[in-house]
Design a protein around this ligand. Structure first.
Ligand code: NAD
Length: 488
């Protein structure tokens, strides 16, 4: 369906919950609506799960767990591999669907299909590499066997900003490890997950291995699932505030958790940076996904000697960005997800300007249908401005000058977050010092985008616990068992 229309595509997307291999309406018949943020119009009405549906989904995952864990790793891997291949065949549909429900420009939606698909391929390959070790204990009095086992039924909660990649980044390692799952996508963008699960169904995934709940009452539906002792793992991607609540709930059953939370990424430009690279990296790190990424550069910390040149060059580029619906050709900046996001971006900009920052371009919401904010650059942001502390989650590039390396490191680390940092310098030793001194889970050294399915994604401090992707990612869904045996 390379030339599928929007209406045809939306018709192909399921509108029900997927529980134990069946598409079913919510038990109480409730529905919720999904909107196109570029127009504000309803694009689909789908099932709105309640508590009973949540527990039915968990029942199905528990029921399917033993058989899935006993399924040979090669077979589990092959299901993921077939999913990867079918996703490539449907890339046009997945890209368009993400643009419709989330708003990102179509070219970026294709990028997400490629990135999100890589988790299916990577973990299809990792499924067969789950190994342990065998050895003599130091005293020479026994043999130690260390083995890896699926942790068990897992609950996956995803955000709205990367509807496909956040789902595959969790589902793929869970399935590869031998865990069954219940996934709950964000209420704002549930359609991509429903369409993905339909794809899993088509490649022959057994009933109960993946179950999907779409709901407008996330806290109410999630609470009983998390409290159920049969659940063995919670993997969450979203805001730090919600993550903290979920960690507290998980304490009850000492539930294994992975938490991919918020960020406040510093983007450091040293006086010796290659300015072409720094500007290109800045535009990617800031405006990808219209700034709605946990990895979005939030604070551009630029050496005073080059701050003016950097500001001028990014402003020139940003002033040329085309704003519009993500389906239109040439659009670089789509809508923000909703009206609250526009208000938040504007409040942060006005606060910074009120404290003495300079507006170089943009700085206001657009008066048109949908929820758009002008791509914006502000410079000379003063300490104490809210924009330096909070995730902007919008197309706003804010520049803070620094005087020396210590100053840059101090400003960069002055946040409770620690997800990703970007550093632009041509001095290798300085780059190495930044690896050691910045409090961060990931770093782009002369690169504005770091995400890769083969690499461990995750943060330190209040940006989270655990890693997704890479060889580390599958271990989030495995538990280690040690057995001692006598000498043979
Ligand atoms: P959010 O925390 O509001 O919601 C995330 C998910 O949690 C959604 O599915 C939502 O329905 C659900 N949820 C909300 N309250 C809940 C509750 N009380 N109990 C159970 N579930 C609940 O976040 P969001 O606005 O969807 O996403 C944006 C946030 O996600 C940003 O902070 C961003 O930095 C973060 N994020 C982090 C990563 C990462 O890998 N670190 C990736 C993408 C997004």
């Amino acid at each position: 369906m390379a030339h599928v229309t929007e209406a045809e595509l939306l018709q192909h997307v399921p509108n029900e919950l997927y529980i134990n291999g069946q598409w079913v309406p919510a038990a109480d018949g409730n529905t919720l609506t999904v909107h196109d943020p570029a127009t504000g119009k309803v694009i689909k009405t789908i099932a709105d799960a309640g508590v009973a549906d949540g527990l039915a989904a968990l029942d199905a995952a528990v029921e399917a767990q033993d058989a899935w864990a006993a399924t040979p790793p090669r077979v589990r891997g092959e299901v993921l591999r077939r999913s990867f291949e079918l996703l490539q065949e449907r890339k046009h549909e997945f890209a368009l669907l993400m643009t419709l429900e989330m708003g990102k420009p179509l070219a970026e939606a294709y990028g997400e299909v490629a990135y999100g698909g890589e988790f299916l391929r990577w973990f299809s390959e990792e499924a067969v590499r789950i190994t342990g070790r065998y050895g003599t204990n130091p005293e020479g009095t026994g043999r130690m066997i260390v083995s890896q086992h699926p942790v068990g039924p897992s609950f996956l909660i995803t955000p709205w900003n990367f509807p496909l990649a956040m789902a595959t980044r969790k589902i793929a390692p869970a399935l590869a490890a031998g865990c069954t799952v219940v996934i709950k996508p964000a209420e704002l963008t549930p359609l991509t997950t429903l369409y993905l699960v339909k794809l899993f169904e088509e490649v022959g995934l057994p009933a109960g291995v993946v179950n999907v709940l779409t709901t407008s009452t996330s806290a109410a539906v999630s609470g009983p699932i998390i409290a159920d002792p049969r659940l063995r793992k919670l993997s969450f991607t979203g805001s730090t505030g919600v993550g903290q609540k979920l960690i507290a709930q998980s304490a009850q059953n000492v539930l294994r958790t992975s938490m991919e939370l918020g960020g406040n990424a510093p983007f450091l430009v040293f006086e010796d940076a290659d300015m072409d690279r720094a500007v290109e990296g800045a535009l990617a790190a800031k405006f990808r996904n219209v700034g709605q990424a946990c990895t979005a550069a939030n604070r551009f910390i630029v050496h005073r000697d080059v701050a003016e040149e950097f500001a001028r060059r990014v402003t020139e580029a940003v002033s040329d960005f085309t704003v519009g619906r993500g389906t239109e050709t040439g659009v670089k900046i789509g809508p923000l997800i909703n009206a609250d996001a526009v208000t938040k971006a504007d409040t942060l900009v006005q606060d910074a300007l009120g404290r003495g920052a300079t507006l170089l371009t943009g700085g206001r919401a657009l008066e048109r249908a949908g929820t758009f904010y002008e791509p914006t650059v502000i410079s000379g942001v003063k300490p104490g401005s809210a924009i330096l502390r909070e995730e902007i989650f919008g197309p706003v590039l804010s520049i803070v000058p620094f005087d020396d390396e210590d100053d840059a490191v101090r400003i960069a680390n002055d946040t409770e977050y620690g997800l990703v940092s970007y550093v632009f310098t041509q001095d290798l030793a300085r780059g190495q010092r930044m690896i050691e001194r910045l409090q961060t889970g990931m770093m782009g050294l002369n690169m504005g985008v770091v995400s890769n399915a083969a690499a461990p994604f995750g943060g330190v401090k209040q940006s989270g616990l655990g890693r997704e992707g890479g060889t580390e990612g599958i271990h989030e869904y495995l538990s280690t068992k040690y057995t001692l045996t006598p000498d043979p």
